[in-house]
Design a protein. Structure first.
Length: 719
């Protein structure tokens, strides 16, 4: 167990890392961008003007996602225009109940459809709706001047953000790459659990799958920030090219780690008494520590030092494996040699990343045959075609728009009941909590309530301890900073920070402590409405799992066909291979996310979960083994037999897709569903050939799981 001193050091290290990370620095910039104009207008003008400018800066800051300078410019223009129009129209119609209700209905439908354009625009739509609720609560006397001040606050914020992005374009890239390194380190550490004797392998696989989703997300973020930045991608931009090469190396390292796939049950049984498994686990842990150290230094904007703390462990494991090979003769030689090669390759990969990030530019060997990286990322744009495809009752986005519209109309009607002056917060809570999926709405509800009530307690303590307005304002500023620090890390903690800030601010503004009870009541009512509305026009995950499964099989099928091309002697195309690999990872992440969301849905909306877990595990195993063959080499001595087995596996996966096709339901007798027996492969013989046999067995198992998903039971047909 870790000592109290160890826990203190870990806490100190994590705290120091947080304060030096982009999360804190961005939060500090955003907080100052809001507080400074608010303070200036409060001092030189009046409180109403200061509030308008502060609200404009606050809400528009929440539309500012990490992105390129072009992304921020586009979002700046869209946000300022939409914010000005929404605040003006809402303020003009505020005294007309019917027109205000109609405005809520129209805005909810329009801005909910922004979800079809991507996360960045979905966030803009949500902020526009939140602004509408704020305006209804603030009830501005002069709509035009109020709207202009809202726009001014937004413009002020975006000027600061654009200047920072222009001067330090690498800041977000370094942070994203650092997080990618740390998540890859966690993934590597999770893979070490497969070598622990007696470890539950299914539990290990599910943990690896969960971490795969995290790594996939971080890789996509790095691609989005780096590959679409023309300034950094220019061949003359040395630092941009350095980070591009490092990104390539990190993704290739992750591919290498993912491709390490053995029959771990047989491996543990064969080597459990040799002591080598514990050494392998310990060595992988040291390698993960080196990788994590690089990521922490990069994301914390520290000076990156060459890292090689696992060299001694590598030499020790080499000697141990050599001794075992000599003693065991040919029983486990092949697998032990392969394990040694895997460890050496990971060690070399980490050294390459460290070298790329620490060497002088002239000492780095930049590759000339780079893939066509413009194919690896797509910018989010407003497309009417995307909206048109969602304008059906079966479309999840349109169902979300209807659900949000009805919930907001109901919440708006409560504003006219005697539930407190700030009851517009009910409408605000509904807008914030309701999400496109039932599971996400339920999760956000729980986080919102937990954060709110914890924050209320903190607000009560602050107001009870001090009545000094200056101290209260300083604490409110600190809580606002905490909100932005944790906004991208932990929603519950961000709400815990936001709630006391709101309570303190409203208490000062209204000179009325009853705002605490009103705030709590409004939140409870808003969350209740949001949760009840989640059953209205629901979009259950279980209805989309067939699509997710089909996408995963199709992606693995394309990946397998790339291997077949290689085995057939066709030239190796780096770009198409990497695109096929990326598609597999993306589809697996989508499937896993869907399964996790399904667990939050009512039991009657859930399907049998175990076969979905099994399908996830099998799909990860399949993609890992396929990846382990690249680049293909026929030095194994039987490429013809391997090509034949690849062809068989392709046929099996294609028949799996046939099962998912409704047109084949009446032809089930023509589809062979064979029972998958336990592997008879031992650790002796050629590793590559046995891996090909694993691909065949896993493909058959995938086919069985598809049949189970489709029909609920396995039936055996004669081929």
């Amino acid at each position: 167990m870790r000592s109290s001193t160890g826990y203190f050091r870990l806490f100190f290290r994590n705290t120091r890392h947080l304060f030096r990370s982009e999360y804190f620095l961005d939060a500090l910039r955003i907080t100052l961008s809001i507080i400074i104009p608010f303070g200036v207008f409060y001092y030189f003008r009046d409180s109403h003007t200061a509030i308008a400018v502060g609200v404009g800066a606050l809400l528009i800051s929440l539309t500012d996602s990490p992105g390129t300078l072009k992304d921020k410019l586009i979002m700046c223009v869209y946000s300022l225009c939409i914010f000005f129009v929404i605040s003006l129209v809402t303020a003009l119609l505020i005294k007309n109940i019917i027109l205000s209700g109609l405005l809520i209905l129209i805005c909810c439908i329009i801005f909910s459809l922004f979800t079809a354009f991507g996360k960045r625009y979905a966030l803009l739509g949500t902020m526009a709706l939140i602004l509408m609720s704020f305006v209804q609560g603030l009830k501005p006397v002069n709509p035009l001047s109020f709207s202009l001040y809202i726009a001014f606050g937004g413009l002020w914020y975006y000027i600061i953000s654009l200047v920072q992005t222009r001067l330090w374009p690498l800041s977000s890239v370094r942070h994203a790459l650092g997080e990618c390194l740390m998540s890859t380190s966690d993934f590597l550490r999770a893979k070490a659990s497969f070598y622990e004797p007696g470890k539950d392998l299914e539990e290990s696989y599910l943990r690896v799958i969960k971490l795969h989703n995290k790594v996939s997300e971080k890789q996509e973020q790095v691609r989005d920030l780096l590959l679409r930045n023309k300034q950094l991608m220019h061949e003359d931009h040395v630092q941009g090219q350095r980070h591009l090469l490092a990104t390539m190396q990190v993704i290739d390292l992750y591919e290498l780690i993912s491709a390490i796939q053995y029959d771990y049950e047989s491996l543990q049984d064969s080597l459990k008494d040799t002591g080598i498994l514990a050494s392998i686990t310990r060595t992988i842990g040291h390698l993960a520590d080196d990788l994590s150290a690089l990521g922490i230094a990069l994301s914390a904007k520290s000076r990156i030092k060459p890292i090689d703390s696992s060299g001694t462990e590598i030499q020790g494991i080499k000697q141990q494996i050599s001794q075992l090979i000599t003693i065991e003769h040919s029983v486990s030689n092949s697998i032990l040699s392969k394990l040694q090669d895997n460890i050496d390759d990971i060690y070399t990969g980490i050294r390459q990343i460290s070298s790329t990030l620490t060497r002088k530019p002239e000492e780095i060997d930049f590759p000339e045959d780079l893939p066509a990286y413009q194919l690896f990322t797509v910018a989010e744009t407003i497309s009417f075609k995307a909206v048109k495809s969602q304008l059906t009752l079966n479309a999840p986005v349109f169902r979300f728009a209807l659900r949000l519209s009805f919930a907001c109309l109901f919440a708006y009607s409560l504003m006219f009941l005697p539930v407190g002056f700030y009851s517009y917060w009910i409408l605000l809570t509904v807008i914030v909590v309701i999400k496109p999926g039932f599971g996400l709405t339920k999760k956000r509800n729980i986080q919102r309530l937990a954060g709110t009530f914890s924050g209320v307690l903190i607000g009560i303590v602050v107001l009870a301890v001090t009545s000094n307005v200056i101290i209260q304002l300083v604490l409110a500023g600190i809580f606002l900073l905490g909100y932005f620090v944790y906004l991208r890390l932990n929603y519950a903690l961000s709400i815990l920070s936001l709630t006391p800030m709101v309570i303190i601010s409203l208490s000062i503004y209204t000179n009325n402590s009853s705002v605490i009870l009103e705030r709590s009541f409004d939140t409870i009512v808003g969350c209740a409405i949001a949760f009840a509305a989640s059953y209205l026009f629901p979009s259950w995950e279980v209805k989309r799992h067939s699509l997710y499964i089909k996408d995963v099989i199709t992606a693995n099928l394309k990946y397998l066909k790339k291997l077949h091309d290689q085995a057939s002697g066709l030239p190796f195309d780096t770009t198409s291979f990497k695109l096929a690999r990326k598609e597999v990872y993306t589809k697996l992440a989508v499937l896993s996310s869907g399964v996790q969301n399904m667990l939050l849905e009512p039991r009657k909306a859930q399907t049998e979960i175990q076969h979905l877990y099994r399908f996830e595990i099998l799909s990860h195993q399949l993609s890992a083994i396929i990846a382990s063959f690249f680049p293909f080499s026929d030095s194994n001595g039987h490429p013809g037999q391997i090509r034949e087995k690849i062809t068989q596996a392709i046929a099996i996966l294609e028949s799996s897709l046939d099962i998912l096709d409704d047109s084949f339901v009446r032809k089930l007798s023509e589809i062979s569903i064979l029972p998958v027996g336990k592997s008879e492969t031992t650790l002796t013989g050629d590793v590559e050939y046995h891996k090909m046999e694993q691909i065949l067995r896993i493909s058959e198992a995938v086919k069985n799981q598809v049949y189970l998903h489709k029909f609920g039971k396995i039936e055996t047909f004669s081929p």
